[in-house]
Ligand binder design. Structure first.
Ligand SMILES: [Fe+2]
Length: 363
């Protein structure tokens, strides 16, 4: 009989070969912590989770390793962009080694669900996450939260000038706004949330107002919008909060200068709350290690893991009562209310949101 170490190692090698055969440009990282506990009593085939993840933070890897240390279940990690992972699971079909898919933005998790590659999971532990953060049938669960905030140039905008996403369509903001392209899923989810709040007619008028107020045609990611605001190319931008936090944590003097020039504002605090989105995960429909996959997601939703998992990208923990990162908390003093709309609605509204942005001329 093979020793536990050998058995685990051969499983790892087989998995890696399967990944590499299907691989292409996708990065493969196997976490090589070998844990001997319990491995003589449990089949080595079950002691593994093949994770396809669009997140790529060192803290995530540390959490996966602590999961292995606790449970003896080894984590094989495949990292790539979300849409590539979804396509890959689709093309691997019934033979996919994937157990868990983790990605950012509910819109993308919805795409995975629509593609039929996730299975519903009825887990009391996962369903103790806030209800708005998981798909009602359990196809996917939010594990971190991000807020889509307004970043403003402090020399040109007073905090009291700001109020809601809706207000940014007011002609008083003409030539003063930057935002990334409508091809970006963050904006699609934001518009999906506005659609749920205001209905199609008002949402289209809003999108047209935003386009009319742009300082430039959409270009670059959220960081580029913050830089444009700091440089005075525009006065306000709509971005995810962690892009500002990343700059704030940078040691580069030029990035410190950018952060000094801008403020953060949480819109709609006096009505439905600031739009939030999630990064999260679900169990793949064909998961060869379903039970281990559920155990893995439950671990990510646990109090211990939550505190660290969100930290990796300056996001908010999904589980209530878990304290966010200290620096993020210091930026979030005026963040009292988040939009409680179920994240699945962003996905459901995605197609209509896209049509609206297209008609509004949002590039
Ligand atoms: Fe992002």
């Amino acid at each position: 009989m093979k020793s536990a170490k050998e058995a685990n190692y051969s499983v790892s090698k087989i998995s890696r070969r399967v990944f590499l055969a299907a691989g292409g440009a996708v990065a493969v990282v196997a976490l090589h912590r070998i844990v001997r506990r319990n491995s003589t009593t449990i089949s080595s085939n079950d002691r593994i989770v093949n994770l396809y993840s669009a997140r790529h933070y060192d803290t995530d890897t540390a959490i996966y390793e602590s999961f292995t240390a606790k449970t003896g279940i080894k984590v094989n990690l495949v990292e790539a962009e979300a849409d590539k992972l979804i396509e890959r699971i689709k093309s691997e079909g019934a033979n996919s080694p994937a157990d868990v898919l983790i990605t950012v933005d509910a819109g993308r998790l919805w795409r995975a669900q629509e593609a039929g590659i996730l299975q519903p999971i009825a887990s009391p532990t996962l369903m103790s996450l806030p209800q708005n953060l998981y798909e009602p049938q359990g196809h996917w669960f939010g594990l971190t939260k991000r807020a889509r905030v307004i970043v403003y140039n402090k020399a040109r905008v007073k905090e009291s000038d700001l109020s809601t996403y809706e207000d940014l369509a007011n002609p008083k903001w003409k030539g003063r706004i930057v935002i990334r392209s409508s091809t970006n899923v963050y904006n699609q989810s934001l518009v999906g949330s506005i659609l749920a709040a205001l209905g199609p007619v008002k949402t289209e008028a809003w999108a047209k107002g935003i386009v009319a107020n742009l300082a430039r045609a959409p270009e670059g990611n959220d960081t580029a919008q913050i830089k444009a605001v700091a440089a005075g190319l525009a006065d306000v931008a709509i971005v995810n909060q962690y892009y500002l936090l990343r700059l704030a944590q940078s040691k580069k003097p030029e990035e410190q200068e950018i952060v000094d020039k801008v403020g953060i504002f949480f819109p709609n605090q006096n009505d439905r709350g600031t739009h939030i989105n999630i990064s999260g995960g679900g169990v793949v429909k064909t998961a060869p290690h379903r039970e281990a996959a559920i155990q893995f997601l439950e671990y990510l939703a646990s109090k211990d893991a939550q505190a660290i998992f969100a930290k990796g990208n300056y996001e908010y923990p999904a589980l209530e009562g878990v304290t966010p990162d200290t620096i993020l908390a210091s930026y979030s003093k005026n963040f009292k209310k988040e939009d409680s709309l179920n994240a699945a609605v962003y996905g459901r509204n995605n197609a209509e949101a896209l049509k609206i942005m297209d008609r509004a001329g949002w590039k």
